[in-house]
Design a protein around this ligand. Structure first.
Ligand code: FS2
Ligand code: SF4
Length: 539
């Protein structure tokens, strides 16, 4: 095993026995095999795409399979093995179709395309198979970005929204990482194209979410509890939540969001349910304690599961790309899922233990922020808002993340934080106040809604008369943890955004030379101390 895809990788270098996240070495090895097989499927499907004979079901499979390899998603060896088997089946089917259509020369296949169930174990599928550390770094940067694209593409796909160009890029990118003739320059260009597709897929998911559930509205989200039994929904999938809300209506069972599902409370088509009570607890890594005190069933709809504690193992459920041994996994049929097992179990459970009370504000996606843009622009022109600080990204369990709370608290009162993703839990309950009624923390939503922050930045910039994105009074202090944040970062870079401060640690998968390129091209800076960063970011 060798995995270095997330921020908490062992010693800042790589997990080599088991993952810090709890992923077993066997599962990590299978994930390497799966990515390898996906590269082969991608090779064939690129040809099928060009010949006009590719199937949508292949896109769906690729999105799910890549998503399953993201940190804190599929922990089951069986779950990964099933996807490897399916990949081989698809590889054969697409190959046969290409042969039937005279679109393939079997005597001219690259090595990746000759992988089979019989020879897979003889191949070195691991990350370290690429010996040159700069090429390895760039290849993995592309692959981790593609994993993020796949996750967002998956959530859009279940809502009926797809983007063929994005799906094609996923294949192109995967195949490119097997091409030894590609120079580092070409790989850097590929990394930037990955960022471009990252932006496109976030726009796609935004269209899927807002088209289905309406534009998020500024909303006071309750963080207390009621006396009914409840079901807690975590992960990122709004469609699963909607189906659960429909099925729990009139049953006496309440529904709460957790972690990255918090923004669901601001969508008109979700907040209209009286029994969507509010949000319970904090970001993903608090779940062991919070799932225990919640008392009722928990539905994990996507990444962000941590190895469950015994006290709630019999009442946690997974679905879609996420899975864990010993946890009931729910599979839908024709886009519909049956949550009756959770509902019946909830009826026998105690109501949640109240952890806190009051409300937090959410729903500041681009539509609601830009609808009051004049007010914001007036506040900027009057000198009441001096700077916007984008503090998007991830939360994590390491102690050094306290930096983000301290940074938010230390910001002068004439600054506004634009946030998205679970990083917000480090400061969204601090009561940082408002400026002429504009909250000092504007929460655009989930990590994918970082897209919204770019639209907000562009919208405000245009009204303030700036033509260069880097001249506007906006600074970036981004926190990362896993591969969805990698694609958010690449998307920001592709937008030409300079001077991003990144923390709490730099990715282990960036070799010194690749890091130098990012520093020279985009002036990415690792975060340091609150004081030092504050001075630089407020300049
Ligand atoms: Fe939180 Fe970071 Fe959302 Fe994850 S914003 S840890 O990428 O998918 O959540
Ligand atoms: Fe280690 Fe992160 Fe990989 Fe888990 S996902 S094995 S913690 S690098």
């Amino acid at each position: 095993m060798f995995c270095y895809q997330c921020e908490e990788t062992m010693n800042g270098e790589g997990c080599t026995k088991n993952g810090v996240c709890g992923k077993k070495g066997e599962v990590a090895d299978l994930q390497d095999d799966l990515i390898y097989v996906l590269k082969s499927v991608a090779f064939y499907n690129q040809k099928a795409r060009k010949a006009g004979i590719s199937e949508e079901s292949t896109d769906d499979f690729m999105l799910d399979a890549l998503f399953s390899t993201i940190t804190n998603t599929e922990f089951r060896a069986t779950g990964i093995q099933e996807r490897i088997d399916r990949g081989f089946k698809l590889q054969d089917e697409i190959k046969q179709k290409l042969l039937d259509n005279n679109e393939l020369d079997e005597n001219d296949l690259p090595e990746i395309a000759t992988v089979s169930p019989e020879n897979l174990k003889d191949r070195n599928t691991g990350i370290l198979a690429t010996e040159n550390e700069d090429i390895r770094s760039l290849r993995e940067l592309v692959i981790f970005g593609i994993k993020g694209i796949a996750a967002y593409g998956y959530h859009a796909m279940v809502l009926g929204h797809t983007n063929k160009k994005v799906n094609s890029f996923i294949e192109e990118g995967l195949v490119a990482t097997t091409d030894d003739s590609l120079s580092d320059k070409k790989l850097i260009a590929l990394v930037l194209r990955c960022g471009e597709k990252g932006f496109d897929v976030m726009a796609l998911l935004d269209a899927a979410n807002t088209g289905t559930f309406g534009n998020p509205e500024p909303t006071q989200v309750n963080i207390g509890t009621r006396d009914n039994p409840g079901i807690l929904v975590s992960g990122h999938d709004l469609k699963d939540l909607k189906q659960l809300l429909d099925q729990t209506q009139g049953t006496g069972v309440d529904v709460y969001t957790h972690g990255e599902m918090l923004p669901a409370n601001s969508y008109p088509e979700l907040k209209k349910y009286e029994h969507l009570v509010g949000n319970y607890g904090g970001s993903w890594w608090h779940q062991k304690k919070e799932f225990e005190t919640f008392n009722g069933p928990i539905l994990m709809t996507s990444n962000c599961i941590v190895p469950p504690g015994k006290t709630y193992l019999d009442r946690i459920y997974t679905t879609s790309s996420v899975g864990f041994d010993g946890v009931t996994h729910l599979v839908g049929k024709d886009g519909q899922k049956d949550f009756s097992a959770l509902i019946e179990q909830a009826k026998k459970c105690e109501p949640p233990v109240q952890l806190e009370e009051g409300t937090i504000m959410g729903g500041f996606a681009y539509n609601s922020v830009l609808s009051v843009a004049d007010k914001i622009v007036d506040a900027v022109k009057a000198g009441k808002i001096k700077k916007f600080i984008v503090m998007a990204g991830c939360d994590g369990r390491q102690k050094d993340r306290q930096y983000y709370t301290d940074f938010a608290e230390a910001l002068p009162k004439d600054t506004v934080i634009l946030t998205a993703g679970c990083a917000k839990y480090r400061y969204n309950k601090l009561n940082l106040g408002d400026i002429d009624g504009i909250p000092r923390v504007l929460d655009a939503g989930q990590c994918n809604d970082s897209f919204s922050l770019v639209i907000i930045a562009q919208g405000l910039m245009a009204r303030l008369g700036f033509t260069d994105v880097n001249e506007a009074p906006i600074s970036y202090n981004i926190a990362w943890y896993e591969q969805k944040a990698v694609i958010v970062l690449l998307a920001l870079l592709r937008m030409g955004i300079q001077d991003i401060t990144l923390g709490p640690k730099l990715p282990a998968f960036l070799s010194p030379n690749v890091l130098n390129v990012l520093v020279e091209k985009f002036n990415i800076t690792p975060n340091t101390t609150v004081e030092e960063d504050m001075e630089r970011l407020l300049k």
